[in-house]
Structure formats: C-alpha cells, structure tokens
Ligand binder design. Structure first.
Ligand code: ZN
Ligand code: ZN
Length: 347
C-alpha cells in the first residue's frame, strides 16, 4: 500500500476544529492517500446529477430565449444570496466559528443555506471540518490527491472511503448538536428542502410576475441550483490545484483569484487552510471577497460580532517560515533581502 504524507495538515486545521493549536504531524503509516484504492461508483447519485445537469442546460436555454428579465434577475439574486448562505453561513460561521451571529442573522443564513440545497448545515459543517482536519488524505471527503474531478464532484458519486467514515465519527460536532436551530433543520431537512429550495423559488416568479411554471422550474430551480453547486465545488477542485502557496507550501490548497471572484472570496485557499479561523478567509476584502464585505456590513448593523483575525505579524512570520516565496509584499525572497540589508547595516 503506497501512502503519501501531507504535512502540516493537523497543524493548520486543529486551530479551527478544536482550537488546540497542537503541532502534531500525521505519520505516513497513520494516514495518507492509498493510490491503489479502487473507488465504487454510486449509480443512483450519478443518475441524479445527470438529470440535474440536463435540467440546468435546458434552464440555460430558457434563460436566454424564454424567461422574463425579472426571472433572470431573480436567478442571479438567488445564486448570490444562497451562495452567502454557504460562504458566510455554512463555511465561516458554522464550520469555522470565525465570527458570531445574532439569532436573526443565523435564521436567515440557515434559510439561505437550505435554499442552496447542499445538504443540511450539520452534515455540510462536519464534512468541511473533516476536510480541514485531514486535508487531501484518504480521510478527506474530497481528497484532491484522487484527481481534479473527484475533488470537484466525483466524491459525491462515489462510495465513501472507509477512512472518511471512520474519521468522520471523530469530528467534534458538539457545538452544532447544542444548536436547536441547526438540529431542527437537520431533522426536517427533506420537507424544508422541498418547500424552500424547490417550491418557493419556482412559485415566486409565477405568482409575482406571471412567469410560466415550466420556465421558473428549469431556471430558478435546476439552473441556479447546479450553477451554485459548481461554484462551490471549484473551491475544492481549482483552489486545490492551480495557484500559489504564499502562506504554506506544505499543503495542497492554493490561492486562486478566479475562484475568489465567483465564490465570494473563498478562493484564497492557501491562506484559509493556514488560518482557517480567520473570518476573512484571506487577507483581502472586496472586490474579491464579497463574503467578508457582507460580514463587515452585518457587523456594522450589530448582527455579526467577535470576528477573529490573524494579525499581520502572525501572517508575516508564517509566510517566512512556510511560504513558497510568492507573496506580493512579504514573499520570503523579499523578507530575506530585507533581513540581509538589516544584517549589512549592522556590520
Ligand atoms: Zn480546501
Ligand atoms: Zn474552511
């Protein structure tokens, strides 16, 4: 059995998952990627995704040639708003606890996340915490070492690796188990999904601006649902493949401007895997981090508070210690040059 050590995984992830900052390294014998493992395809999921994608393609056609302009605006609005249910809600609030939110904001984020339809908050957060704790190993649900397609969407059409099942049981979810709203959504997820993700977005355009139910179904359900799925999935695929590693070159996650553009700032993924508890998930705010700007606006109105951030000195030290030298300002080459200049002056 061949295994690959992915260093730095535990160090960068436990800071979020259990806040312990333990610098324990995973041993190769303990966990890695077994490339000889043969995945089993779950055909009913393949069928469901084929149906969803055919529906989305037809929705795209209707969007161009049949839909009313208000329906198009509504589709774009839904993609953005429910995307924030994922990024500001499922990701930065519920998975990483990088800030706190008042009850009204939590209710809104839970509703938006339900409309997004990417499984209940509890399972979304558990899978994501597991992704950070065991990044790109066999225990990572979307292990990028298994290929681009697998990390993008193949993992949802494959039987879980036994290590994903085993380690999934060890993820601490006590905070969400104590959250009545999250557990309510988990218990009633199927009916909630049916009414919020399917009936509501289809009914509204029919009722408010006389869109046909047919066009509303394929644009406001199939198209906007599949579009957001792919936007979200690129964080696990593109942002684990194509980009630089200015903060930690020992991990697989990279910085991706393009993913940040369409995924509300979630593509600064090398930073995010290095400082997962930072509410900004990057060094930047708008325009390439819509979610951070949104959380800042929520904080202005008192709806979000206690945002956690990495300090500049902490970031600088980390860049110097583990970065690949590509950071625009503090790249290791520049830090070393400055350091050398300082040394020259002292001599
Ligand atoms: Zn990741
Ligand atoms: Zn994360």
């Amino acid at each position: 059995m061949s295994t690959t050590l992915v260093e730095g995984v535990v160090e960068s992830s436990t800071a979020v998952c259990d806040h312990s900052h333990t610098k324990k390294k995973i041993l190769p014998s303990e966990i890695g990627t077994d490339y000889s493992f043969k995945r089993k395809i779950v055909w009913k999921n393949v069928f469901a995704f084929v149906v969803l994608h055919l529906g989305a393609l037809y929705g795209l056609y209707l969007g161009f040639f049949e839909a009313k302009w208000l329906t198009i605006v509504f589709v774009w609005f839904l993609i953005f708003a429910t995307g924030e249910g994922i990024t500001a809600g499922a990701h930065r609030l519920y998975s990483h606890k990088s800030y706190k939110a008042t009850l009204p904001l939590r209710v809104v984020l839970l509703i938006l996340q339900t409309i997004a339809g990417q499984n209940c908050m509890y399972i979304w957060a558990r899978d994501h915490r597991q992704h950070h704790k065991y990044s790109d190993t066999d225990a990572d649900p979307h292990n990028a070492n298994r290929g681009f397609f697998f990390s993008h969407m193949g993992w949802l059409m494959s039987k879980k690796h036994p290590m994903v099942i085993a380690k999934g049981k060890t993820i601490d979810m006590s905070d969400l188990e104590a959250d009545a709203l999250v557990m309510f959504q988990k218990k009633y997820y199927n009916p909630l999904y049916f009414f919020l993700a399917l009936v509501f977005p289809v009914y509204l355009p029919v009722y408010l601006w006389n869109e046909t139910a047919w066009t509303a179904l394929f644009t406001c359900y199939f198209l906007r649902y599949v579009a957001l799925l792919h936007i979200t999935w690129t964080v696990n695929s593109i942002a684990h493949y194509y980009g630089t590693k200015p903060f930690d070159m020992n991990i697989v996650a990279v910085e991706s401007k393009i993913v940040s553009l369409w995924a509300g700032g979630e593509g600064w993924h090398n930073y995010h895997h290095t400082f997962p508890w930072d509410y900004k998930a990057s060094e930047f705010a708008a325009p390439l981090n819509a979610t951070t700007t949104l959380i800042d606006i929520m904080a202005y109105f008192g709806l979000a508070y206690d945002m956690r951030e990495a300090s500049i000195s902490m970031i600088q030290k980390r860049i110097k210690r583990t970065g690949d030298g590509s950071h625009a300002i503090y790249g290791s080459k520049k830090v070393d040059d400055n350091h050398n200049n300082e040394m020259t002056k002292m001599q």
